[in-house]
Write a protein that binds this ligand. Structure first.
Ligand code: IFM
Length: 458
């Protein structure tokens, strides 16, 4: 393979990914890129960032990528990539007042963005909740308070009416496991609490919020594709011993099945019954019916796998990842994407699936005006190949979104970890397309030409 080939992305001839209907996109989220925190209500991540010791580089989302001011040129970048779709999130604290009425000024930003995306034939995938809970709702108990799910329902009702028919697809929640487990159990994410009982309650209320949101979407926006995005880490035993294999199953149940089963089958895993009574969420009649309403699609985010060994006290413990690692310290394991998709397909009666996020943080630097992120391109290619293997096995995957368009605020890691296809110099806010962005654009150009057209947006 020549050096030049190494900087290219390819999709094999005959792959369903080459068909024009397969969606290629990029994803971002509001808190991570927008900035202008003064022009909206505070959210739990503002408070978390203001708490000493929580963010590795002591940063916050006040400016981030200044996308609120620079959205127009960011949209030019999206257009220049020729993407079929752009997945972004709405900032709940930007579009709603604390009294539950809509904030027209905040909504105005999204209306412009949506109109411009539609003019450019780039499909808007809108995530309604990507972790930025309004702080006043946290003060009323946050996700462990059942009422928060109903406040989410009200917000979904208002925002979907305000956005009208501009949206192609709605995602109710992004990665509820992160909100519940990282936010309320390990405390490494906002709001930074460390309480197992709160975490289980939060998980249930997030799922309930999804169900209530789906009900509203069905009513207000039946023509959009409506679904949810979960993050899944396929679990493997550290050895082939029965104990390690059982540890992997237990971990899979706690992390993945806890969300998949209620959503897709309307039941919790049986292990719920083995939780101490005090730790069990309050599951009311009809909750599981609401949670398991039919989905137009299931979004899955895949970054890495997790390897477990048996542990007498905890049942399972995660083994530290082995190289090759990304800058996040996450193992690069593309086969996990195939395994995860195939196993979902075998276990559940699935709606179409989107890989709603996949990407890598790499050590990017600008040299002579260029960012040669060959490691990201390799990761990207390996995961496209892994996705193709899943398609060959009959999994109905309808699209792939790369995380992320821009380098951005990587939560507790601050700005040090760069996931973008586009490099952001935070001192000047200058954007530089990395080699991976050029490779993605070239792939889409080449696919469009093979299909007798031009890429979306161009
Ligand atoms: O940056 C996050 C994103 O907000 C949610 N999914 C994982 C990404 C990388 O950690």
């Amino acid at each position: 393979m020549s050096r030049n080939d190494d900087l290219k992305l390819k999709v094999p001839a005959g792959s369903p990914m080459r068909a024009p209907g397969f969606i290629f996109g990029v994803a971002t989220s509001a808190f991570q890129i927008e900035g202008a925190s003064d022009a909206r209500l505070p959210c739990i991540w503002d408070s978390f960032c203001a708490t000493p010791g929580k963010i590795r580089d002591h940063s916050n989302g006040r400016v981030a990528c200044d996308h609120l001011a620079r959205w127009h040129s960011d949209l030019e970048l999206i257009t220049s990539l020729g993407l079929d779709a752009y997945r972004f999130s709405i900032s709940w604290p930007r579009v709603m007042h604390a009294d539950g009425t809509i904030n027209r000024k905040g909504v105005g930003f999204y209306l412009q963005l949506l109109d411009s995306l539609n003019e450019r034939h780039c499909k808007p995938f809108v995530t309604l909740y990507h972790w930025d809970l309004p702080q006043y709702l946290q003060e009323q108990g946050g996700w462990p308070n059942r009422d928060t799910a109903f406040r989410f329902r009200d917000y979904v009702d208002q925002i979907t009416r305000a956005l009208g028919d501009r949206v192609y697809s709605y995602v109710t929640l992004n990665e509820p496991w992160c909100s519940a487990y990282l936010g309320y159990e390990t405390g490494v994410h906002a709001p930074g609490l460390t309480d197992k009982t709160l975490s289980k309650k939060a998980a249930h209320h997030l799922l309930l919020a999804h169900g209530l949101g789906m009900q509203v979407l069905e009513q207000n926006s039946p023509a959009t594709l409506n679904g949810i995005v979960v993050n899944l880490s396929p679990s493997y035993g550290a050895t082939d011993s029965a104990a390690d294999r059982a540890a992997a199953v237990a971990a899979d149940t706690a992390m993945n099945q806890w969300y998949l089963k209620p959503l897709l089958q309307g039941v919790y895993p049986e292990s719920l019954e083995r939780l101490p009574v005090a730790e069990r969420p309050d599951i009311q009649a009809d909750d599981l019916n609401l949670i398991s309403q039919p989905l137009d699609f299931l979004g899955v985010n895949y970054y890495t796998r997790a390897v477990y060994k048996a542990d007498a006290a905890a049942g399972f413990v995660q083994v530290p990842p082995a190289p090759p690692l990304t800058e996040m310290g996450w193992e690069i394991y593309p086969q996990g994407l195939t395994d995860m998709l195939v196993s979902l397909h075998e276990q559940f009666d699935l709606p179409p699936v989107y890989v709603a996020e996949n990407g890598a943080a790499t050590a990017d630097v600008i040299v002579d005006g260029m960012v040669n992120d060959a490691t990201r391109i390799r990761y990207f290619q390996q995961h496209l190949d892994a996705l193709d293997r899943a398609l060959e096995r009959g999994v109905r995957v309808a699209g792939y979104f790369h995380w992320s368009l821009l380098d951005n605020f990587e939560w507790a890691e601050g700005y040090a970890k760069r996931f973008g296809l586009v490099y952001v110099d935070y001192a000047t806010q200058r954007r530089t397309m990395k080699q991976s962005a050029h490779a993605y654009a070239e792939l889409l150009r080449e696919r469009a030409a093979a299909n007798g057209g031009t890429p979306a947006g161009s």
